[in-house]
Design a protein around this ligand. Structure first.
Ligand code: BMA
Length: 820
C-alpha cells in the first residue's frame, strides 16, 4: 500500500501554519559493497538487489538467462555473502527520541551488524524487521549484513527430523520456493537485501499501520472504522483528523483510542474493471497534539464487499466470488514472479503486465504459492485497474515441517503479509497453499511411511493450513480463506462437483484437449499447455550459438524445464496441427496449438456458467526466457494464447459446441445488463459464399450462459473441411470450424497488405479474397500488434495498429495456417 509520509509537506498541503514534528524516514540504499565472505575484495552493490544481479553487474558471472549459463553460476548459492555500507547521521536526527532501522526484506539467513553490534538475525525473506538502534547509532556508521547460504541451515533443520519430507530441502527455508528450480524456471537461489532498508527517527508518536475496516456498506452510507496503530511514549491527548479525498471528514480526539468510526455518504463502490469502475478513495489520517502535526498516513481504498460462496447445491458445492452482492465470473491466469532476480522488475514491468491482463479481459489473477508475496506496487495497480487477486500463502507442492520454531516463523510471516495487504480492494481471497494437499493425497508421498509418520506430517499440515493461517486471516482481515488449491485433485471424485480444480489431465497426463469439454469443474484455478516463446526470446537464449533460431540447441533444452515438455508439444501437435520441420514454423504452430487447446477450455468453462464460475489458466508470465505455459513471454511479447484468450474472455461471448448432430450456439453474458437483438449464423465456404444462413431475435439475460441457436447439421450437405461458421450478435463475432485445424482444406495464402505510418507506429490493413487462418504478423522492430493470430474472412478488411518507436517498418512478414 502506498503509504505517503507527509514530512513537513503536510503544512503546505493543509495551508495552515501548524507546527510539525513528524517522523523522518530515509532510505539506506547508497554506498553498498559486497564480497564473498572468505574474500577481501569488495565490489559495488545495488540495493534492493541480490547477489546474482550484483555479480552480473560486476561482470563476475555470465548472464544466467543465456544458453546453459545457469549451470555455471550454481556456486553463487553455495557461498556466504557479506554486504556493507557506511552512512552518516546528523546531530538533529541523532537527538530524536526514537531511531529504528526497518528491514523490509532480507534473503534469508542474515546477521545484521551496526557498528559491530549484532542487532538482528533473520531466517525468513518474507518477514519485515524493525530494530531500535537509538543507542548504537553515531554520526559515522557501518552497517554490515552477512548472508549465509541456505544449504547449511537446511541440512541442520533436516537433521532434526527422523524422516524425509517431500520435496527437497527448500521446505526448510522461508523464501520463494521457485528459486530452487521449477518446471518453468531456473535454479537461482538468491541472497541479499531484496527490499528496502529504512532509517526512521521520531520524537513523540509514529503511525505504524492503518487499517480501514468496512463495518457496513450500503448505497446510502459506508460505515467505516479506521483501526490505527500508533507507537509512542505518550499517546494521550492525540487528535485524529480524517480526510477523504482531501476533504476533512471527521476529527476524533478521545484519549487512548485507536478505533475511529467514520462514514462516507453515498459511497462509490469499487468494481472489477469489466463490471464497473474500480473507484478508489484517498483516505488520510493526520495525528495532532496541541495543534502540532505528529504524523500522517494515507491509503487508497476501494469500497466493496467480496465473498467466496461455497454452498451445497444439488450437484455438489458452489465455488464463486460475490462482489458487491453480485456473482462474478472470474477470468484470468496464474501469476508467477516476473524475474528470478526480483530487483530487475521495474514499475514499468508491473504496469505493462497488468495492463496486458486488463486488455485481455482478465478480471482475476492468482498469485501462486511458489513465488513471492508481491511488492506493494503490484497490489496498488490491481486496485487501480480493477483486477481481483487470489492470493496464495507462499507454500507449494511439498509438505512442510511443524516444529515450534518453524510455526512461529510462519505465524509472523503471515501476520506481516496479511497486515501489509489488507487495505487492498483487489484481494479477494487468501489461500493456504498450492497443491500440498493434492501432492500428499495423490503423488505417492505417503508410500513407505509408517502410520505415526503419516499422522505427524498431516497433523503438521493441518496446524498451518487448517488452523494458523485461517485464524490469522480472520483476526486481521475480513477476507475469506481457502485451505488449498486445488481442494480436490484430479484423482478425487469430487473434482467436478466441489471446490477449485487443477485440470492437468491435459498436458501432464496427455489427454486430448477435448477433455476440457468433458469434465468441467466448479472453478478452474489451473489448466495449461506449453508453447515456444517469441523469436526474440529464442534468439536471446541462443546468442552464443551459431544458429540463433535453433530450437534444439543445448541452451533451448536448458530453458525447457519440464522433462517431457518437447515430446508433449510434439505429440499434441501431431494430433491437431501440421507438424512443420523448420524452427520458425514450429514455433508459430506451437503457439497456435497452445491457444487452440486453452481457448477450448476457457470457452467450455464459460459455457457451463453458473455451474462453473471461474477460469484461471496456467500461466500468465515467465520469470526468465523460457519454453513454458505462459501467454506472455519474458520480454513481454504476447503469444497467440494472449490474443486468442482476449477474445475468449470478452464479456459478451458467442461460443459453440457440437453435440451429436447439433451445433449449439451459446451466448455468454458476464455483464449485469440485458441485451436483445439478432443472432445471425452463416456457414461460409472459404471464398466467402454463404452455404447456409439463419438468424433469430434473441434476448440475453444478465450474468448468464444459454444456448440461443441450434443448427441441425445432419440435414445440411457441405464439405466440413472447407467451411467456417460465422455467428454475429451486436459487437460480438465468433468463427467456428467443424474439424481440427490439420484437417482444414485451406486455400493458398493470398493476403494483400497496406502499411501507413502513424504518429506512434504503423497502421496495417490486410484483406484477402479467401479465408486466411491464424494470420501472424511479425517483424524485426520491437513493438506491439493490436491484434495477431486472427482469422481473416474472405473479402473483409482488417486493420491492425503496430505500436513501435521504429521509424520504418522494413521487414513486416506474414504467416498463416494456409502456408501448410
Ligand atoms: C501447476 C503449478 C506449478 C507447475 C504447473 C505446471 O500445478 O502449481 O507447480 O509449474 O503446474 O506443471
Amino acid at each position: 500500500m502506498k503509504y505517503v509520509l507527509y514530512i513537513g509537506l503536510c503544512l503546505i498541503i493543509l495551508g495552515c501554519q501548524k507546527q510539525s514534528d513528524v517522523p523522518e524516514t530515509r532510505l539506506l540504499h547508497d554506498n553498498w559493497r559486497f564480497k564473498s565472505s572468505d574474500k577481501t575484495d569488495w565490489l559495488t552493490a545495488q540495493i534492493p538487489g541480490n547477489v546474482f544481479s550484483d555479480l552480473l553487474d560486476n561482470a563476475e558471472i555470465p548472464d544466467p538467462f543465456i544458453g546453459t549459463n545457469e549451470d555455471s553460476v550454481q556456486w553463487v548459492s553455495k557461498t556466504d555473502w557479506e554486504y556493507q555500507t557506511t552512512f552518516q547521521v546528523d546531530s538533529k536526527t541523532l537527538q530524536k527520541r526514537h531511531i529504528e532501522l526497518n528491514f523490509e526484506g532480507l534473503d534469508t539467513y542474515a546477521s545484521v551488524y551496526l557498528n559491530d553490534s549484532l542487532i538482528l538475525k533473520t531466517a525468513n525473506a518474507f518477514r519485515e524487521f524493525s530494530v531500535d538502534v537509538k543507542r548504537i547509532l553515531k554520526v559515522d556508521n557501518t552497517l554490515r549484513i552477512l548472508f549465509e547460504n541456505t544449504t547449511k541451515h537446511e541440512e541442520a533443520a533436516k537433521a532434526h527430523l527422523n524422516y524425509t519430507l517431500p520435496e527437497g530441502n527448500r521446505i526448510f527455508t522461508r523464501k520463494g520456493q521457485f528459486q530452487y528450480g521449477w518446471d518453468w524456471g531456473p535454479k537461482l537461489n538468491t541472497s541479499g537485501i531484496w527490499r528496502p532498508i529504512k532509517l526512521v527517527a521520531w520524537n513523540t508518536v509514529k503511525i505504524q499501520d492503518i487499517y480501514i475496516k468496512q463495518q457496513n456498506l450500503q448505497d446510502s452510507v459506508a460505515k467505516l472504522e479506521l483501526d490505527l496503530s500508533v507507537q509512542g511514549d505518550d499517546t494521550s491527548g492525540l487528535a485524529y483528523h480524517i480526510y477523504v479525498n482531501d476533504e476533512l471528514n471527521s476529527v476524533y480526539s478521545a484519549e487512548n483510542k485507536s478505533i475511529i468510526p467514520f462514514e462516507i455518504k453515498n459511497p462509490k463502490r469499487w468494481w472489477p474493471h469489466n463490471l464497473g469502475e474500480p473507484y478508489l478513495y484517498t483516505i488520510k489520517v493526520i495525528v495532532e497534539k496541541d495543534d502540532a502535526i505528529l504524523d500522517s498516513m494515507s491509503v487508497k481504498k476501494g469500497l466493496r464487499t467480496i465473498k467466496l460462496i461455497t454452498e451445497k447445491d444439488s450437484l455438489g458445492e458452489s465455488f464463486y466470488f460475490e462482489v458487491n452482492g453480485k456473482s462474478v465470473y472470474a477470468k484470468g491466469a496464474n501469476y508467477i514472479p516476473q524475474n528470478s532476480m526480483q530487483n530487475k522488475v521495474t514499475d514499468a514491468h508491473y504496469n505493462s503486465l497488468l495492463n496486458d491482463a486488463v486488455e485481455a479481459n482478465m478480471n482475476m489473477l492468482r498469485v501462486w504459492g511458489g513465488g513471492i508475496y508481491e511488492n506493494a506496487i503490484f497490489y496498488d495497480l490491481c486496485d487501480e485497474k480493477g483486477i481481483l487477486i487470489w492470493q496464495d500463502f507462499m507454500f507449494a507442492c511439498a509438505m512442510y515441517p511443524g516444529d515450534s520454531g518453524f510455526l512461529e516463523n510462519v505465524q509472523q510471516e503471515a501476520i506481516d503479509n496479511v497486515k501489509r495487504l489488507r487495505n487492498h480492494a483487489s484481494i479477494a481471497l487468501w489461500c493456504g497453499n498450492n497443491e500440498n494437499s493434492e501432492g500428499w493425497h495423490r503423488w505417492g508421498w505417503q508410500d513407505g511411511r509408517s502410520e505415526t509418520e503419516k499422522t505427524e506430517i498431516w497433523d503438521n499440515y493441518l496446524k498451518v493450513f487448517d488452523s494458523m493461517l485461517p485464524k490469522t486471516v480472520a483476526t486481521f482481515t475480513d477476507t475469506d480463506y481457502w485451505e488449498t488449491s486445488p481442494k480436490f485433485g484430479r484423482g478425487n471424485p469430487q473434482f467436478e462437483f466441489q471446490g477449485d480444480a487443477h485440470d492437468w489431465w491435459v498436458w501432464h497426463d496427455g489427454y486430448p484437449f477435448e477433455h476440457f469439454e468433458e469434465q468441467v469443474p466448479r472453478f478452474m484455478s489451473e489448466f495449461g499447455f506449453q508453447s515456444f516463446p517469441s523469436y526474440e526470446v529464442i534468439n536471446y537464449i541462443n546468442q552464443n550459438d551459431s544458429d540463433s533460431l535453433n530450437i534444439t540447441s543445448e541452451g533451448i533444452k536448458n530453458h525447457q524445464k519440464h522433462s517431457r515438455g518437447f515430446q508433449l508439444i510434439d505429440d499434441y501437435m501431431a494430433r491437431d496441427y501440421p507438424v512443420p520441420n523448420n524452427p520458425k514454423d514450429y514455433v508459430y504452430i506451437s503457439q497456435l496449438l497452445q491457444a487452440y487447446g486453452m481457448t477450448k477450455g476457457i470457452e467450455a468453462q464459460r459455457r457451463a456458467k453458473p455451474y462453473n464460475m471461474g477460469t484461471l489458466y496456467w500461466q500468465l508470465n515467465d520469470c526468465w526466457p523460457a519454453i513454458s505455459w505462459s501467454s506472455i513471454d519474458f520480454f513481454g511479447n504476447w503469444k497467440a494464447l494472449h490474443y486468442k484468450g482476449k477474445r475468449s474472455f470478452e464479456n459478451v461471448l458467442i461460443s459453440s459446441e457440437v453435440e451429436q448432430d447439433s451445433l449449439n450456439i451459446f451466448l455468454i453474458n458476464d455483464t449485469f445488463k440485458t441485451f436483445s437483438g439478432t443472432l445471425s449464423t452463416n456457414i461460409l465456404n472459404f471464398s466467402g459464399e454463404v452455404i447456409w444462413g439463419d438468424s433469430e431475435e434473441i434476448i440475453v439475460k444478465p450474468n448468464s450462459s444459454a444456448i440461443k441457436q441450434r443448427i441441425d447439421l445432419s440435414g445440411l450437405s457441405f464439405n466440413k473441411n472447407k467451411v467456417v461458421i460465422v455467428s454475429k450478435f451486436q459487437e460480438s463475432e465468433s468463427l467456428f470450424y467443424l474439424v481440427k485445424p490439420k484437417d482444414l482444406e485451406l486455400p493458398a495464402k493470398a493476403i494483400q497488405k497496406e502499411v501507413i505510418k502513424t504518429s506512434d507506429g504503423f497502421m496495417i490493413t490486410l484483406s484477402s479474397k479467401t479465408l486466411q487462418k491464424d494470420v501472424f504478423l511479425f517483424c524485426n522492430e520491437s513493438g506491439h500488434f493490436s491484434d495477431n493470430y486472427f482469422d481473416l474472412l474472405p473479402n473483409e478488411q482488417k486493420q491492425i495498429v503496430f505500436k513501435t518507436d521504429a521509424k520504418v517498418l522494413n521487414n513486416l512478414k506474414i504467416k498463416s495456417l494456409n502456408d501448410f
